[in-house]
Ligand binder design. Structure first.
Ligand code: PBG
Ligand code: ZN
Length: 322
């Protein structure tokens, strides 16, 4: 008889033969930063996630620092009256994200600060690109993404993460960064970003829901695994240093294939809807949150993720550090 149970007989042996181990360093924690003062505002659809004004950002950054996770991803929320057709606040020197990054890098230089690059938080219509007659324009959007990326690098962002899904943006942004003195700033491309209903809670948190239509003309159709590999391949050819698959949990098939095919570091984004479903069930006492989160995050790493962006980051790090 083949006795596979020999290696399962007690916890010490199970730990010895464990093939996948989570570490706090695997994680990136997304943070929402809002204009205003003295704000720590809860997000209805995302339990235990808050929008912070810069003067209260230290409350969460201190936790990030002691958790030993690798870094954070910053999403800025401008004043609603400052949103316009051209997403001006996305690339303004005094935009909310630029101010937040300057604050973070001044007071917490050791935390890797990843800047999401997109226009949807800053456009009046909530789309990720410029809009004309109901069409989301591609080539006209690229210069604005380049301006946004260089302005965030200028503010001190350690990694630039374009999430807009316009064609040609990685090449355009790479060139813009190189030409502005940021040759060494890596790009983490949201490469296989699917048009997903799992982003719903995020759009509450970032106040970035599109006010007409949907994002299906730029984000990917979730039926298309081959196209996802083409997206990743294209971003690598255009100069991406790290590629991302998003959402995470229900796209582990894409992750696994991408790992086998490419030799670049791969990040996954365990998105807001994936987080909130776990939280909702946990709050109701229907599942054991710690065990479910550990199982979910281990699955991402087992499938090949090198970097896991997750709202569970601080909880998971705390459990791992215990
Ligand atoms: C901006 C952006 C989104 C997310 C990350 N960057 C929203 C979207 O594309 O609609 C989603 C993250 C999440 O759901 O946690 N383009
Ligand atoms: Zn966007």
């Amino acid at each position: 008889m083949k006795r596979l149970r020999r290696l399962r007989q007690n916890e010490a042996i199970r730990n010895l033969v464990k093939e996948t181990r989570l570490s706090p360093q695997d994680f990136i924690y997304p943070i929402f930063v809002t204009e205003g003062k003295n704000i720590k505002s809860s997000i209805k659809s995302m339990p235990n996630i808050f929008q912070y004004s810069i003067d209260r950002l230290s409350e969460i950054l201190d936790e990030v620092k002691s958790s030993k996770i690798s870094g954070i991803m910053i999403f800025g929320i401008p004043n609603p009256q400052d949103k316009d057709e051209l997403a001006t606040q996305a690339y303004s020197e005094n935009g909310i994200t630029q101010k937040a990054i300057r604050f973070i890098k001044k007071h917490y230089p050791e935390i890797i600060c990843i800047a999401d690059v997109c226009l949807c938080e800053y456009t009046k219509n909530g789309h990720c690109g410029l809009v004309k007659n109901g069409e989301i324009l591609n080539d006209e959007t690229l210069p604005l993404l380049c301006k946004t990326a260089t302005s965030l690098a200028q503010a001190g962002a350690d990694i630039i993460a374009p999430s807009d899904m316009m064609d040609g943006r990685i090449e355009a942004i790479r060139t813009a960064l190189d030409n502005s003195g940021f040759k060494n700033t890596p790009i983490m491309a949201y490469s296989a970003k699917f048009a997903s209903a799992y982003y719903g809670p995020f759009r509450d948190a970032a106040q970035s829901a599109p006010c007409f239509g949907d994002r299906k003309s730029y984000q990917m159709d979730f039926s298309n695994p081959k196209e996802a590999l083409r997206e990743i391949e294209t971003d690598i050819e255009e100069g991406a240093d790290i590629v991302m698959i998003k959402p995470a949990l229900i796209y582990l098939d894409i992750l696994k294939e991408a790992c086998q095919k490419f030799n670049h570091p791969i990040a996954v984004y365990n998105v807001s809807g994936e987080y909130s479903m776990v939280k909702a069930a946990a709050i109701n006492g229907w599942i054991d949150e710690r065990k479910i989160v550990t199982e979910n995050l281990t699955a991402m790493k087992r499938a090949g993720a090198n970097i896991i962006i997750t709202y569970h980051a601080l909880d998971m790090a705390k459990w791992l550090n215990e």
